[in-house]
Structures are given as structure tokens and as C-alpha cells.
Design a protein around this ligand. Structure first.
Ligand SMILES: [Mn+2]
Length: 274
């Protein structure tokens, strides 16, 4: 019984990753081999952007079909690009010790560099006040904030590519600052909304890595694992949870012969499940 967690596949979003296999059921198939469940931890498919939605829905359908054919349970957690009313906001594994959530709800600044960030944050805050202060309630409030980015007025101003962000020094600085703060935001979020958790598995920031970090001096440090992204900057990782073996691993996803596969286990990126 092994569960793989991946995130930020961004199906339907064109050509952000240079010299990488296109993201599809076929190219992702090796990742589904040998696991009993795959958790798609948000931003799986760009279903809210009218330009990309038809292709995103087609690719997502193919991915669901493949999982069914392979007998792999597929668990879809929402991100800010694919939040719907019916989608799951999080998953708790290992008796609540491991919190799996996309990560757009971790901080009031969901995407500090996009033009609609102010409107998104305001909507998030409004809904946060209206929703119950639970894990589910806060992620659903973040989902409402996220939808502002896909509203007609906002999306007219959105940068069409990561390169338009790179041309603006203030945007680059805001991304770098946000990246630096993000692991602590994850720990703070977990302490508040999943106090029994010792590990947080997230994506969203597109910056993969492992951090052991406390919300504040003196608080219990938590293990924060970020699975990065299949789209820009295209350093995806997978988190493998093997509850029977009592181990959680962070493994790089490597592109090989047009497909994505998990690299081998590395002792430095393995932790005991408490
Ligand atoms: Mn996201």
C-alpha cells in the first residue's frame, strides 16, 4: 500500500517547460506503476482558463481513465487553478500526522506577483471571516479568492507566461521573498488548522524541497515537503508514503525517453513516519 503525491501538473497549459515531455496520461504513466493510490495535490489541470480549459479537461479525463485501467485509486485535491465546489481541500494520512494540501491557503498572499493579487487576497479574507475556521473552511475561502484570478476583468491583465514575470524586477523580487517565507507559512498553517500533523506535503509555490521548520521560535518544527511543479521551472518531485514500511520519501521526478519516472530512493530524503 504505497501512495504517491504529486502536484502542479498544469494539464492544458502549453509549452512552459522546455525540453520536457508533454504532460499527458501516457507520459505520466510510469509514476502510476507500483503504487496503490496517487494523490494529485492541486493545480492538476487548468480548467478555469477559457483558452486552455478544453484541452485541460480532455487530458484530465484521460488521466482518470488511465488510473482506473491500472487499478490505482486517484485522489484529486484542489489547487487555485482547479478549485471546484466538489473537490477535496486536503487529505490526512498516517493517522493525521501527514497533512496533504495544495498550499494556496497557507498565506493571505496567494500569488503576490499577479496583477489581481489584491482582489484575490480581499476575497480570501472576506470568505475567511464568513467560513468556519476549519481546515476545510480556510481552503474553501482560498478557493473563492483564487476564482477572482479567472474572472473576466482580472484575466485580461494576467501575464500569459512566466517570461513576462521575469521582465519585471519587482515581480521577481516578490516571488523570491515569497519563496523564502513559504515553508514557514506552511508550518504556521499546519500548526493552526492541523495541530496533530508533524509533516505537511504541498505544492503551489513551484519550488520543490524539504524543510524542517517551526512556525515561530519555540514551536514544534514540522517537516515541509514541496513537490514543485511539472510546468515552469519544471523540477517536479513526488512524495511516496509507505505506511506499512513506516517511511515517507521525497523523490525527484526525472524525464526519460519522453516520459516521467520517479528517481530511486535517497536516504537523505527519507523520514520515519511517527
Ligand atoms: Mn497553485
Amino acid at each position: 500500500m504505497r501512495t504517491l503525491i504529486i502536484s502542479d501538473i498544469h494539464l492544458g497549459l502549453p509549452g512552459l517547460a522546455l525540453r520536457r515531455p508533454s504532460r499527458s496520461a501516457a507520459s505520466l504513466e510510469p509514476l502510476f506503476d507500483g503504487v496503490s493510490a496517487v494523490i494529485l495535490n492541486g493545480d492538476t489541470a487548468d480548467i478555469h482558463q477559457p483558452r486552455f480549459a478544453p484541452e485541460a479537461m480532455r487530458l484530465l479525463g484521460a488521466l482518470r481513465e488511465m488510473a482506473g485501467r491500472m487499478g490505482v485509486e486517484l485522489v484529486e485535491v484542489c489547487g487555485n487553478h482547479d478549485a471546484t465546489e466538489g473537490s477535496r481541500t486536503h487529505v490526512l494520512l498516517a493517522g493525521g500526522g501527514i497533512l496533504v494540501s495544495h498550499g494556496h491557503a497557507f498565506s493571505p498572499r496567494m500569488l503576490p506577483w499577479v496583477p489581481s493579487t489584491g482582489a484575490m487576497s480581499r476575497r480570501f479574507a472576506e470568505m475567511l471571516a464568513a467560513n468556519p475556521p476549519t481546515l476545510d473552511g480556510v481552503v474553501r475561502a482560498a478557493n473563492e479568492g483564487a476564482l477572482v484570478q479567472w474572472s473576466e476583468e482580472a484575466s485580461a491583465d494576467e501575464p500569459t507566461s512566466i517570461w513576462s514575470i521575469a521582465r519585471s524586477p519587482s515581480r521577481v523580487l516578490s516571488v523570491l521573498r515569497w519563496w523564502r517565507e513559504y515553508p514557514r507559512d506552511a508550518a504556521t498553517f499546519a500548526e493552526r488548522y492541523a495541530p496533530e500533523s508533524w509533516c505537511v506535503v504541498c505544492g503551489h509555490s513551484h519550488r520543490a524541497g524539504a524543510w524542517r521548520i517551526a512556525s515561530r521560535p519555540g514551536a514544534m518544527p514540522r517537516l515541509v515537503l514541496n513537490t514543485g511543479s511539472f510546468s515552469f521551472p519544471a523540477r517536479p518531485f513526488g512524495v511516496l508514503v509507505d505506511e506499512a514500511a513506516g517511511e515517507i520519501q521525497l523523490r525527484r521526478v526525472r524525464a526519460s525517453r519522453g516520459r516521467y519516472e520517479l528517481e530511486g530512493r535517497r536516504a537523505a530524503n527519507c523520514w520515519r513516519i511517527h
